[in-house]
Design a protein around this ligand. Structure first.
Ligand SMILES: C=C(O[C@@H]1C=C(C(=O)O)C=C[C@H]1O)C(=O)O
Length: 400
């Protein structure tokens, strides 16, 4: 009997097959729906004004089609400061596979924790608490409802990106796990690696989805305590206020593009291995099929989940107080095709991994009622996503 085409080896690869194939210098983005593995670069988007980014990206895709590329995609990352250079490119070749959520990924063996890793926290944890206190007094004075303050840790370690990527995807198959090959710096390979639980925007035909998260609590290894914390978060008026600011901003930004925007009556809980979050899945019916996933994602960015409210006041507070350049952290990462479909996640739970160092980032939303020591603990728990996948959790002992 002739095998049907479905059985003949032409079936869609599994996420895990593509994760295993990922080589250093490649790029990969996996969502619950699909996995994209890319090799090489056919074309890279030149730096230009942020307000023409989506149009220039669409033009680059059209040009790639004209040059004979079959179903080209554009992949990469846009920084928090959308005026700074984005890193978006059309790969030489692309393999698409199933989403990580559709297949059970095997659990990876844990490697031993390393001791005596040198690390540098920026800002120092004491300074981070002071920054939160300063935000709280500004919120008290009015003019600022919410601001997201973050911190970074630089570790001296040789991280194997392929192994890190597999571990991240295995631990949270319902998230957005990525490795984006960045331009070299000082002759060193750099990769943006992360496992974001937050969908900024996906578009399939005229259906758009955004799934913002805001309002968080660290998980506990004790199941009873873990359930208690989830309940505490769900019932917290402070966290619901912090969350609602994001939902309102996303709905307002999507409104002009949609015939209808569907918003659940209240938030739900989403978990990662280290965090509980309040989450709301917002769906929209696009009025105009011409508007790409990237254009829509840029219209939402930065949401108050990563910046604050009002946006301009929060952005200027961050620039003055935070004390380091966020780079790609809290920007957007993902892909888009020539039809305008695509998936863009919020670039969080991530690190910029070089050949001998890695810089990890985490932030937390501050509103009236936030407490500096709890916000610091929240950022530590968020840093744990990357540190535990790097087997470097001991680094937090000096920087919690
Ligand atoms: C900024 C981060 O996370 C964001 C902030 C959250 C919060 O303050 O509750 C929750 C999810 C993200 O939108 C991060 O993980 O670094």
């Amino acid at each position: 009997m002739q095998p049907s085409q479905h059985d003949s080896g032409l079936t869609t690869p599994k996420a895990n097959d593509l994760l295993r194939l990922y080589p250093n210098g490649g790029s990969l983005f996996t969502s619950p729906r699909r996995t994209v593995l890319t090799l090489g670069r056919h074309a890279t988007l030149a730096h230009g004004p942020a307000d023409t980014l989506a149009q220039r990206a669409a033009q680059l895709l059209r040009q790639a089609q004209a040059e004979g590329l079959v179903q080209p995609i554009l992949l990469g990352a846009v920084p928090f400061n959308a005026q700074a250079p984005a890193h978006l490119f059309i790969p030489e070749s692309t393999v698409q596979g199933r989403g990580a959520g559709e297949t059970a990924l095997p659990t990876q063996a844990e490697s031993k924790s390393l001791r005596d890793i040198s690390s540098e926290a920026l800002p120092h944890p004491d300074r981070y608490r002071d920054n939160v206190a300063q935000a709280l007094s500004q919120i008290g004075e009015g003019g600022l409802d919410k601001v997201v303050l973050s911190r970074s840790i630089k570790v001296d370690a040789n991280i194997a990106v392929p192994t890190l990527l597999q571990r991240l995807a295995n631990r949270n198959p319902s998230g957005y796990t990525f490795a984006i090959d960045l331009p070299d710096a000082d002759g060193e390979r750099r990769t943006l690696v992360g496992a974001s639980p937050e969908l900024l925007l996906s578009r399939r035909g005229r259906q758009v989805v955004s799934h913002p998260l805001a309002g968080s609590i660290p998980r506990s290894s004790d199941p009873l305590e873990d359930a208690r914390r989830a309940e505490q978060l769900f019932g917290s008026a402070k966290d619901r206020h912090e969350h609602q600011l994001v939902v309102d901003a996303v709905v307002a930004a999507l409104g002009p593009y949609c015939n209808a925007v569907h918003v659940p009556s209240g938030p739900s809980l989403v978990s990662t291995p280290s965090m509980w979050h309040l989450a709301t899945e917002i769906r929209g019916d696009l009025a105009d099929g011409e508007c790409s996933a990237l254009e829509l994602a840029l219209a939402l960015h930065p949401t108050p989940a990563v910046c604050g409210h009002p946006t301009a006041a929060a952005r200027s507070f961050i620039e003055t107080v935070e004390g380091f350049d966020r780079g790609f952290f809290t920007g957007l990462v993902g892909w888009c095709d020539a039809s305008g479909d695509g998936e863009w996640a919020v670039t969080i739970r991530c690190a910029e991994v070089g050949e001998h160092t890695a810089t990890l980032y985490a932030g937390a939303g501050i509103v009236a009622g936030s407490e500096p020591h709890l916000e610091l603990a929240e950022t530590s728990a968020k840093l744990r996503t990357m540190l535990s996948a790097m087997a470097l959790e001991s680094v937090l002992e000096g920087a919690a």
